[in-house]
Design a protein around this ligand. Sequence first.
Ligand code: SAH
Ligand code: SF4
Ligand code: F3S
Length: 469
Amino acid sequence: MERTTTQISQQEIDRQLAVCDQIAQLFQEEEKPLACVETYGCQQNEADSEQLRGYLARMGFGFTQDVEQARIIVINTCAIREHAEQKVLGNVGALVHVKRRHPGQLICLCGCMMQEQHVTEKIRQSFRHVDLVFGTHALWRFPEMVQSLLTQKGRIFQTPDEAGSIAEGIPVVRQDKVKAWVSIMYGCNNFCSYCIVPYTRGRERSRQPQEILDEIRSLVAEGYKDITLLGQNVNSYGKDLSEPMDFADLLAQANQIPGEFLIRFMTSHPKDATHKLFETMARCEKVAPSLHLPFQAGNDRILKVMNRRHTREQYLDKIRDLKSLIPHVTLTSDVIVGFPGETTEEFEDTLKVLEEVRYDALFTFIYSPRKGTPAAEMDDPMTREEKLVNFNRLVALQDQISEEKHAAYVGTTQRCLIDGCSDDPDYAFTARTPGNRLVRVKGQGDAVGQFRQVRITSANKWSLFGELV
Ligand code: SAH
Ligand code: SF4
Ligand code: F3S
């Protein structure tokens, strides 16, 4: 395979950090400036926002959720569906009034939408209060773009259309103290016919295993207990490395790191999810017994036009293999309803997959045409109302399955990670089972960040309820 990765040199990142320090000097005389970072989309975007916060903190910014207080507003956008884009554009539009009240304010847009030319054109023409627009490939250069904004007049558009690069050493400010994201690779080569991600995130490129393992080691040393390895298709990790290793090898090495913590990962593509991966999951005690394995549709004709490169039977075989190795594994998936040309009969094959696999939870989406993708050019005769009827059938079936699966936990005791507090006076903590099911837990004291035995006392279709043992 052709090597497409460009590693951003450490000198380049050091130069960006030096720029951060110069920006911090500019603000020295003022009260500590505040930044508001708002994130849409997937965990990959959350992880990117943690780097933006890392850079901003180094520039001397504190953080606020209140746009009125912010000297700089950064909106990290998602392009996956029309609805996500509309929401972002609505919120950005509303900022025109905020900025009128605070003329020095800087408004920055980044993330996947900013890799779409028709979006950046619209911003250039119609959202003149936006100062800086940069795509996913330019994130590592955020400090120098902010410096230019602060020292020169004019707007900046940095939206290079490239295969993408890897930058190590960008500082991060993480949002959570218990759970952490670690990107192991970037981009996607799969080009599922409905999906915008390969266009917004560039080609697949893997970080060096040592960088990843060092990051996990330092997270464990900082006290993190739940570490999720991220990539659009983690199962193709390593294919582009000069010394190839695969994802299962990486998991096994992460499992060797001393400490009490769990390793999760997402997302997996069925075509690359191997027996070796399942065996590794079964054997590695720190790897959580759960798998998110999107199947998108249950009909082979639709899978083919989706360019998923697997059939329903191949998918189901993998699930059977995994269940035979880890009988208590929890399974989740993504499903699209109403792909162009999908008939109701074909949609019913999706329901059959649910009945056979019995997922613990499902992420369900109505197909949304994305400009520039092959599916957006396909005939799509079914009305939105008809699609909605099918969508509701899907959700009703999954609700029933989730409720039944959750009910089976009642009376058991689970070793859960207490991961947060809640406002609910009856259930003070939130926790996760090893398989990542949400548990609302009764109890008091200082338990956040600890693995504790929780007795499950009741359940509904969304979550479990329990008490500390
Ligand atoms: N890389 C991951 C997830 C990508 S996006 C994977 O391959 O599984 C998350 C989910 O959004 C996808 O799994 C798919 O179910 C959904 N999705 C992607 N494009 C979509 C579109 N155009 N319309 C509706 N749902 C979409
Ligand atoms: Fe999109 Fe398919 Fe890549 Fe997932 S694997 S990001 S659905 S193109
Ligand atoms: Fe959205 Fe980009 Fe993630 S399109 S789902 S933020 S990769």
